[in-house]
Design a protein around this ligand. Structure first.
Ligand code: CP
Length: 311
């Protein structure tokens, strides 16, 4: 990070930078709660939401965040664009840059695309999820959600369950929560939990019940079937039976456990509807916090007047 550079991954953030983003995001959450949605930190700025992969939460919350701060927003999706005529990513971004944009928010199915782009453009690049690499604003909104309920991240037990191998969310959260002093446990089928995660400080288990025991936070992950090149488990039914989070599993965690999931959820596979819609679920709050986090990131990158007087 940061000012005028971009946010390519949680990997590049210092603990103090994470704290600064969270603090500003709580300020913006308060503004939103008070229905103050016409701020001016990005007045006169234009950002492009460049999405080469589907998204509901990230794309729309970046759009709302930019608009609440007074920016103009271009929403770019490949469908209906000249990408379908063969225009390269580099040429697409050069074209948009020539229109006078101030930052690029990019989601792409290829890991490393935001870093590739940053080499060619002199604008802040925000990674909105790249392949199996990172999803930094997701991890920031997850940390914000936990901070909101627990008051701290230090020494918490965070159990992340499921398709770790293909999950950019798991990687960003592992790095982020570890930097903030939490202990991160990863669990799932051995084919979906890479040993390499240990180098980021993860404690690995292939037994969900063991990982969830006495956890402060349990996070389910979507089975990323579109990224799996071969069969890595017998069936979704078996996956749900052995690795799905249901009320029996969740009851092994602390009584005040928070249930998180980045979404979208495959109901009755990663989570039963009972726990997803239950009182321990913070999934709705994660989405709400996504807007505030993205306001904070955009402001710190291209805005000014961080704690502007709300108008
Ligand atoms: N969590 C997440 O990235 O969701 P979307 O794919 O809907 O943006």
């Amino acid at each position: 990070m940061f000012k005028n550079y971009g946010l390519l991954g949680i990997e590049h953030l210092e603990k103090e930078e994470i704290e600064k983003i969270l603090e500003l995001a709580f300020f913006y959450k308060d503004c939103i709660k008070k229905n103050i949605k016409k701020l001016s930190a990005l007045k006169g700025k234009s950002v492009v939401n460049l999405f080469y992969e589907p998204s509901t939460r990230t794309k729309n919350s970046f759009e709302l965040a930019a608009k609440y701060l007074g920016a103009n927003v271009i929403n770019f999706t490949t469908q209906g664009s000249s990408v379908q005529k063969g225009e390269t990513l580099k040429d697409t971004v050069s074209t948009l840059t020539a229109m006078g944009i101030d930052a690029v928010i990019i989601r792409h199915n290829v890991s490393g695309t935001p870093m590739y782009l940053k080499k060619y453009i002199n604008l802040p690049v925000i990674n909105a999820g790249d392949g199996m690499h990172e999803h930094p604003t997701q991890a920031l909104l997850d940390m914000m959600t936990v901070m909101e309920y627990k008051g701290t991240l230090k020494d918490l037990k965070i159990a992340i369950i499921g398709d770790i191998a293909h999950s950019r969310v798991a990687k960003s959260n592992l790095i982020g929560f570890s930097k903030m002093g939490a202990k991160v446990f990863l669990a799932g089928p051995s084919t979906l939990v890479p040993e390499a995660a240990k180098k980021f400080g993860a404690i690995i288990s292939y037994n969900v019940k063991e990982a969830v025991k006495e956890a402060d936070v349990v996070m389910g992950l979507r089975l990323q079937l579109e990224r799996q090149k071969k069969n890595l488990f017998p069936s979704t039914g078996e996956y749900a039976k052995y690795y799905g989070i249901n009320s029996t599993v969740l009851n092994l965690a602390k009584p005040d456990v928070l249930l998180l999931h980045p979404g979208p959820v495959n109901r009755e596979v990663e989570l039963t509807s009972e726990v997803m819609d239950g009182e321990k679920s913070c999934i709705g709050e994660q989405v709400t916090n996504g807007v505030a986090i993205r306001m904070a990131v955009l402001n710190l990158l291209i805005g000014g007047n961080e704690y502007e007087k709300a108008v």
